[in-house]
Design a protein around this ligand. Structure first.
Ligand code: AMP
Ligand code: ZN
Length: 487
């Protein structure tokens, strides 16, 4: 069953209830810009997700804590944020190349399992890991690339029909020379790309920047499907364009990813989506910098990675990692060391003790203060989390604020940082598929069947049944959407 979860935050903001000003650095302009959503009070946001051929390392996790912080800032500012993180389970070649070995095939060979089994294992671990980091997985859609083949093929077909693609024996290629402004993200000129060394030896390719939309299958490819271009598998970039169009629409507000994705992957997403849809694809592109290990990017191929399970095995709370990430601005590289992480863990521990004491003294009654205003100004200024953290510490230690004012600040900090400051040590509740009880799943299935037979009376009755079990079901444009009733 494709799982659809509710993606709206708690508060909405209508035009009459204008949200406060938030600024983000947009990779497209290279500048800090005032954020204005396309529709009042609603933000459509997509983050490039993991390739599930192996576990996500803590470098990958930095990219997701960053996008979660973007969402938290917007939700706390009054927006409803609809979030998608894709799961790449086909098409991503080793070294981000056009051809060669698919990462899923590498994982399958390593573990003597099918690509599907590998994908299921690592997608589950990924969602569990980010849940441990207080990323509210129940509020996010996690579409898999292999679930959207039809949509990817349709998009590639549109590009071919509109004259943006050409066929080679190797597959269907996007013709970057047909798309004016190719490479606008990060100011990558087409000519510069040509001069660059990123030339794949693919016979017949018209320009080095041209990229594969649909790859012709090799006889031993484990994952292959029928298409108008014969048996094959999708190029890596097309999945994001297709899933965004299906789940969020032709134009979205925010697209995030690690900085390595901007130049090629995201420029290719722009080219595909804008060529096919004939309109602007993304308003704000946001990229996070790397986590580094002794000066080098943490990456599986360099073999210098650490996993969340390593952190936990050392007796360090997962949220210490989140705290560690927040100590640096998202656009600066962050150097990992176990000492630095231990430092973050002890700081978080002290913070939890402090927030617990303030909770007792204030009786959890909050009041507003200028410290909260300064905190909000910092996080709304392109996510200045290091400054916001120091405002938090200084204010909680200061005698200038009442316990109630401090509690008010702690509540703001908790909403933005996701550090479980209100209930120290307890990760906030998340809605994983496995967390939805079997009886609710069965009721959902029955309701879908009733609706398929136009039996709306029965469908409404089943909705009430689901409601009595603490869940709420709504019918979105893409199917039923489940949330906890408390949301
Ligand atoms: P991948 O699974 O390689 O497709 O990467 C998933 C996400 O992690 C992408 O947004 C990458 O840009 C990001 N990423 C990969 N390595 C790092 C790193 N060392 N530091 C920060 N982000 C990373
Ligand atoms: Zn992507």
């Amino acid at each position: 069953m494709r799982w659809l979860a509710r993606i709206f935050g708690k508060r909405g903001a209508g035009a009459e209830n204008r949200p406060p000003q938030v600024f983000f650095t947009n990779t497209l302009s290279g500048h800090r810009e005032l954020f204005v959503s396309r529709k009042p009070g609603i933000v459509l946001m997509y983050s490039c997700g993991p390739t599930v051929y192996d576990r996500a390392h803590i470098g990958n996790l930095r990219a997701f804590v960053f996008s979660d912080t973007v969402a938290r800032v917007l939700i706390a500012a009054g927006y409803r944020v609809r979030r998608v993180i894709n799961i790449t389970d086909v098409g991503h070649m080793v070294g981000d190349r056009e051809h060669g070995e698919d990462k899923m095939a590498v994982g399958a060979a390593r573990e003597k399992a099918t690509p599907e089994a590998i994908a299921a294992r690592y997608a589950k671990l990924f969602i569990e890991d980010i849940g441990e980091l207080n990323i509210p997985t129940g509020d996010i859609l996690f579409p898999r690339a292999t679930e959207y083949l039809k949509e990817q093929i349709a998009l590639a077909k549109t590009l071919e029909e509109k004259g943006f693609a050409y066929r080679l024996p190797d597959g269907l290629y996007f013709d970057t020379e047909k798309f004016p402004g190719y490479g606008k993200l990060g100011g990558l000129s087409h000519a510069k790309l040509e001069a660059g060394a990123r030339v794949e030896v693919v016979k017949g390719k018209r320009h080095p920047a041209d990229f594969v939309l649909w790859r012709t299958a090799k006889p031993n490819d484990l994952q292959q499907w029928d298409s108008p271009w014969g048996r094959g598998n999708p190029g890596w970039h097309i999945e994001c364009s297709a899933m965004i169009r299906s789940l969020l629409g032709q134009e979205i507000d925010i697209h995030t990813g690690g900085e390595d994705l901007a130049h090629i992957h995201h420029n290719n997403e722009i080219a595909q989506s804008e060529a096919a849809n004939g309109r602007t694809f993304v308003q704000y592109w946001m990229h996070s910098a790397f986590l580094t290990m002794q000066g080098e990017k943490a990456s599986k191929s360099l073999g210098n990675v650490v996993y969340l399970s390593d952190v936990v095995a050392k007796g360090i709370h997962p949220l210490a990692l989140r705290y560690f990430f927040l100590q640096a601005h998202y656009r600066t590289p962050l150097s990992f060391s176990w000492d630095a992480l231990a430092g973050a863990a002890s700081a978080l521990d002290r913070l939890w003790k402090l927030t617990h004491e303030i909770g007792e003294v204030s009786k959890r009654v909050k009041s507003h203060s200028e410290a909260s205003d300064r905190f909000l100004a910092a996080v709304r200024d392109d996510l200045a989390t290091p400054q916001a953290l120091s405002i938090l510490w200084d204010s909680l230690r200061s005698e200038d604020y009442t316990p109630e004012e401090k509690w008010g600040l702690i509540k703001e900090a908790d909403a933005h940082f996701g550090l479980s400051l209100l209930q120290p040590n307890a990760p906030s509740g998340t809605l994983l598929e496995k967390d939805v009880p079997e009886d609710v799943r069965q009721l959902l299935a029955k309701r879908r069947e009733a609706r398929a037979h136009n039996d709306f009376k029965e469908a409404d009755h089943l909705r009430d049944e689901i409601g009595r079990r603490g869940y709420r079901v709504d019918d979105g444009p893409d199917g039923p959407v489940l949330t906890r009733s408390t949301l």
